[in-house]
Write a protein that binds this ligand. Sequence first.
Ligand SMILES: C[S@@+](CC[C@H](N)C(=O)[O-])C[C@H]1O[C@@H](n2cnc3c(N)ncnc32)[C@H](O)[C@@H]1O
Length: 409
Amino acid sequence: MSLPTLRLPERLAGPLAAGHPWVYRDHVPGRPTLPDGAWVRVEAGRTAAVGLWAAEGAIAVRTLRRAPTGGPLAPPDRAWVEAAVARALDARRSVASADTDAYRLLFGEGDGLPGITVDRYGRFAVIKTYADGYRRAGSEAHALLALVVRALAGALRLKGVLAAPQDGAPLTALHGELPPPEVTVHEHGLAFVANLHEGQKTGLFLDHRDHRATVRDLAAGRTVANLFAYSGAFSVYALAGGARRAVDVDVAAAALRDAERNAAANAGRYPDAATDPRGRHATLALDLLTDPAAALRHPDLAGSDLIVLDPPSLARHKGQRHAALRAYRRLNAAAMAALPDGGLLATASCTAQVAPEAFRGALAEAAAEAGVDARVLHESGHAADHPVPLAFPEGRYLKFVVVRVDRPR
Ligand SMILES: C[S@@+](CC[C@H](N)C(=O)[O-])C[C@H]1O[C@@H](n2cnc3c(N)ncnc32)[C@H](O)[C@@H]1O
């Protein structure tokens, strides 16, 4: 099969050879008009790669397979896709267990299948695609996605492989059956309701599983304000770790209804199971972005000495990076100022445009603004089900830092 070949600038030879999976449109010479979702060959220096062309967007080519320029290089076939899926499953051996049946099965670029994420919710796998070509029936990208579906269905005992609701299209079964309106899944032995038909992301924010476990380990005896709570998963872990009380705050009332159910459903797993969980958990529908300091003065949050802060992504593109850093500074300063001496702030950022060092910098500025001493007790990012190629810094979107706040003496 002879593919259209794009010769890239020499400066891309290093990243291409190292396995960087994207070619930005700005770096493609000329303005090739190729079908969306078609295989192309790119070359830089002595490396060639095959990838999928995207007709729109900042990323023109997502590469899957590379080789020295002189050698043979064909687009991935069924055996190649099966091997990629098998490798991804092997990488998750430390994650999947009887206690944890919800996790990311494929993390796109991190598993060699750029633009395709797959989350597992018990016996269902939910696929989300980040390039239109995958959803364009008849394209080569669409055929590749069909191979991924087939490989997943062959490797795992699944009831259904689903396409996530996207662009107004509902949840669709690509293999097997659709799930019921809600499925119950488990993380570290705790139970959560996931609505795969309507949930944000694909149902739960699976990327915080280990961060929630960190909060559980720090929560004993503490009073928790879980800000940007979604369905309250951080609070469930905190209560399981012996927190006195947890309040979930989010602007989305529907998510808070799930939070109430998740908190109650796990009550038997809290250390003091005999205590009525209703007295220990509450929800609060509030906008936290407009004036976070005022929101934190709400009487229901008084006495919180462990604040979890997990806002949505605050930048869509590079141009919004500075505004995002200002927002992180403001949110974290408000949280630090609200904490008592010895309080803990578990703070996250899922903004890909904000690198870990820049996020830590914003936290240091927040501490100065709040007039507190702040020490990092814990820092982490991606778990084993969210692998990131070393040569692909753009893939490292998640940051999680636990800070202890003390008043200067
Ligand atoms: C990254 S998610 C939080 C995930 C959650 N921590 C978990 O572990 O499941 C961000 C949340 O912020 C909420 N949100 C977005 N804008 C908000 C605002 N202005 N005020 C309060 N919550 C907001 C969304 O509804 C969403 O639930």
